[in-house]
Design a binder for this molecule. Structure first.
Ligand code: CMX
Length: 133
């Protein structure tokens, strides 16, 4: 699949305002951007460490996948995102190897990336995102 690195780790939180205090005051990271992804019904806040980002995800709607996740499992790690050359090729390859796709085709994600998700039921319980520029 030619993945290059972990692009980000998504963490579901009830409140970015409250949760970011830990990342800033304890871990010493800096929140360099916030963005609302309307299509995904989430507000995001980004921190960078090395090549990898931490993406806090706060639901903006009770129907958001992140709101459902928090309701069922509480706050915590929501997904892991890998960077690849071409997300659509990666999705196609994963499907050809028997993985159930959430997204048959890439869609718009935060920071202008193209993203696509693999279903956690076929990835050992880890919601997996592939993204590319
Ligand atoms: N990690 C692992 N398992 C998860 C999960 C997650 N993040 N979210 C849901 N599941 C599990 C549930 O626990 C449930 O398992 P059980 O059947 O054992 O109870 C199962 O998947 C189905 O969950 P559900 O609550 O019934 O929810 P849906 O089937 O409606 O949706 C999913 C699940 C993964 C398809 C949906 O959340 C989705 O499409 N996620 C991808 C999009 C997304 O999360 N976007 C937000 C972030 C976007 C960004 O980074 O910009």
């Amino acid at each position: 699949m030619n993945l290059t690195h972990i692009e980000h780790i998504g963490i579901a939180v009830k409140s970015i305002e409250e949760s970011k205090l830990y990342y800033e005051n304890v871990l010493g990271l800096t929140c360099y951007a916030t963005e609302t992804v309307v299509e995904q019904k989430v507000k995001t806040a980004f921190f960078k460490i090395g090549e990898t980002k931490i993406e806090l995800l706060e639901p903006t709607d009770p129907e958001s996948p992140v709101a459902k996740f928090i309701e069922k499992r509480g706050e915590g790690i929501h997904h892991i995102a890998f960077a690849g050359d071409n997300v659509d090729n990666c999705l196609h390859e994963a499907e050809s190897k028997g993985i159930t796709l959430i997204d048959k085709q890439s869609r718009a994600g935060a920071e202008g990336l193209r993203i696509g998700f693999l279903h956690p039921k076929s990835t050992g319980g880890v919601l997996t995102e592939i993204c590319s520029k």
